[in-house]
Every structure is written in C-alpha cells, then in structure tokens.
Ligand binder design. Structure first.
Ligand SMILES: CSC[C@H]1O[C@H](OP(=O)(O)O)[C@H](O)[C@@H]1O
Length: 357
C-alpha cells in the first residue's frame, strides 16, 4: 500500500492532508476544514504535486459547502465560482486546479440553467463530481504506470531490467495514489523489470530526497539518491535506460513545465542519447496554450534556498532566484506518457482533438 497524501471521508465530511513539509522526519496529518485551509496548505506546499493540488483544492470546497444551506441555484453557482477561482490562485503553474475549476464552474452553470434540476440535485451532482476525482486519479495513474513501463521496455532488447532516472516527487505524495512518473517506476518494479532507480534530491525543496526516497524505501524499490548536479556524470558512467519525470503543465505542442532542473536533465539526456519521457494525466495538459512560452512560472520565497528547515545554509543578504519550475521543449521529449497512451509531442494536438478526458 503506497503512502496516502490525502485522506477524505464522505460520511464524516472530513479531509486531511499529510504535511509534506515535515517528511521524512515526522508523519503528521492536518485537517482541512474549508477553502481557506485548502488554499493555505497548497500555497505553503504542505501538499503539492499537480494532481494532488487539484484534488485537495476541490475537496476543500466540498467539506466547506456540504452542510451549507443555499437560497437558490444561482447563489450556489456564484459561491462555488468565487471559491474555485480563489483556489486557482494558490499556485499558478500546475494547470490541474485551473482545469478542474473551469470544468466545475461550467457544470455549475449548466445545472443552474437546467430548470429540471432542483437546488438539492445540483448540489448533490456538483459534490459527487468532485469526490470522483480521487478514484479517477488513481485509475489514471495506474494506466500511466503500465503504459509508461511498456513503452520503456519496448526500447530495450530481450527481457533485461532497466535503470531509470527520475526528478522531484511524482508518486503517491503528489497524487491521489500510485503516482505518475513514479507510477511508471512502480509498474516496472511490479513487472520485475526494474534494476534500479536514481532519484535526484531536487533542490531547493528536496522533493526527491525527502519524498521520493521515502516512497521508494517504503516499498523496498531499489534506488539511489543523487544530487541534481550528478545527473550528467551518472549518464556518462552508467547505462541509463530512460529518464521519466512528471509535469505541471504540458502545452499543446508538448513543451512541458516541470520542477526546476528538469530542463537541464533533458538537455543532458539528449547529449547522452537517453530517452526522456514525461508522465502526466490528460488533466495536466493545457490544450489552450500553444507552447511552453505561455506557461507562468511560479517563483518561491528565497528562504526555501537559504535555509534547510531552521538552519541557514546561504550567506545572509545574498540575492536569490528561485523559480519552482522550468520548461522543457518538446524537441527534447521522446514521449508523453498518459492514461490514454504514449504520444510523441507532435502527436499531442491530434490526440487532444480526438480523445476526451
Ligand atoms: C505528479 S506531480 C507533478 C509535478 O509537481 C511537482 O511540483 P511541486 O512539488 O512544486 O508541486 C513536480 O514538478 C512534479 O513533477
């Protein structure tokens, strides 16, 4: 059983998140009582990961309004629209919360206009749609894992095991469960075709050292932690089969925003002829932007660079630049692994126009 970033109980209307700022030293769940709590735990990165952000944000709305009485469908629609747009502001780069908000606002508009739908039915349908995000994400991730594992194994001869590099955290701590890129690694491990995983520590928030290593050790998956600066030397000295990373926002041409450091890994992988894959659900693809230049890159506080916990590691007064993400051009990406299949970047536009979520 992989770790759970999100615990939601419909009967008790209870939502809790695993405080990832405390991992791996402490395992503490925080109660999310409504949208304000949801915004804060996402913005502070107590919960993070594109899919998990959307799920926690939307579930925070469910716990807030489930027991609330509304005067009319119009009032319900206005309230959910305002709160969903507020949740989108918690972190700008990952598209999942924005896409979920747009779809839920559209649903609320349709239900509000449909005279055959009562206020109670509208609320029930709205809340049920959000609750279904949890199970759908897990199902999507399992499909991503299996699709990605098959794609990578198709690149190697015989039944030899593979060696994978991954960056940041894309596992059960970034999703509702199983993970995206880490889901591919889990599927390879289940197929007994995974020789070793190399996970980068992923400065400055250390998602790799603190979270991915934690997940891999928890499941006894053979892994080695490396510094972000070691990727090129590793590719030069070890026979790496593939790189698999996650995504926060994939543009329609396949350009991908992901954790800072992803772009340089892709450049090094190109030089060493190591296939570089992005693993993400369709909910992470933003069909409304044509290329990566339109993706807003979140910049985070200097303190995330100058301190580890309460311990200062950088000279007081030094200026910092702390972009949380960078954009990898489609030209460096061998394939985008989704729950619907694996697509070359140049196939994505066609896939988006023919496949629905
Ligand atoms: C499946 S998670 C995708 C993505 O989210 C992470 O960013 P953050 O930890 O800042 O939320 C990282 O970029 C992962 O690859």
């Amino acid at each position: 059983m992989s770790l759970r970033a999100i615990i939601y109980n419909q009967e008790t209307n209870n939502l809790e998140i695993l405080d990832q700022l405390l991992l791996p030293a402490a395992t503490k769940y925080l109660k999310v009582r409504g949208v304000e709590d949801g915004w804060k735990v996402i913005n502070k990165m107590q919960v993070r990961g594109a899919p998990a952000i959307a799920i926690v944000g939307c579930l925070s709305l469910v716990v807030e309004i489930q027991n609330e009485k509304f005067e009319s469908k119009k009032q319900l629609r206005q309230e959910v629209e305002g709160k969903l747009n507020y949740l989108v502001s918690s972190r700008p780069t990952a598209v999942n919360m924005k896409s979920a908000a747009e779809e839920l606002i559209e649903l609320a508009n349709q239900l509000s206009k449909d005279e055959a739908v009562s206020l109670e039915d509208m609320k029930t349908k709205f809340l049920t749609t959000i609750r279904q995000m949890l199970e759908k994400d897990i199902a999507d991730n399992t499909a991503i894992g299996d699709n990605g594992a098959k794609e990578i194994l198709s690149l190697v001869s015989g039944d030899s095991p593979v060696r994978i590099i991954t960056h940041c955290n894309t596992g059960s701590l970034a999703t509702a469960g199983y993970g995206t890129a880490l889901g591919v690694i889990r599927s390879l491990n289940t197929m007994k075709r995974l020789e070793h995983v190399y996970c980068t520590e992923t400065r400055p928030y250390n998602q790799g050292a603190r979270l991915t290593a934690y997940e891999l050790i928890h499941e006894k998956i053979p892994a080695t932690l490396i510094c972000d600066s070691m990727v090129a030397a590793l590719m030069k000295t070890r026979n790496i089969s593939a790189v698999v990373v996650g995504a926060d926002r994939v543009a329609a041409n396949g350009d991908t925003a992901n954790k800072i450091g992803t772009y340089q890994i892709a450049v090094v992988a190109k030089y060493h002829r190591v296939p570089f894959f992005v693993a993400a659900p369709f909910t992470s693809i933003d069909a409304k932007i044509s290329s990566g230049e339109h993706i807003v890159i979140e910049e985070r506080p200097d303190r995330e660079m100058t301190h580890v916990g309460e311990h200062r590691i950088a000279a007081k007064g030094i200026q910092c630049w702390n972009p949380a993400f960078d954009v990898t051009p489609a030209s460096l990406i061998a394939g985008i692994i989704t729950e619907k299949g694996v697509f070359k970047p140049e196939q994505l536009k066609e896939a988006l126009s023919t496949i629905t979520n």
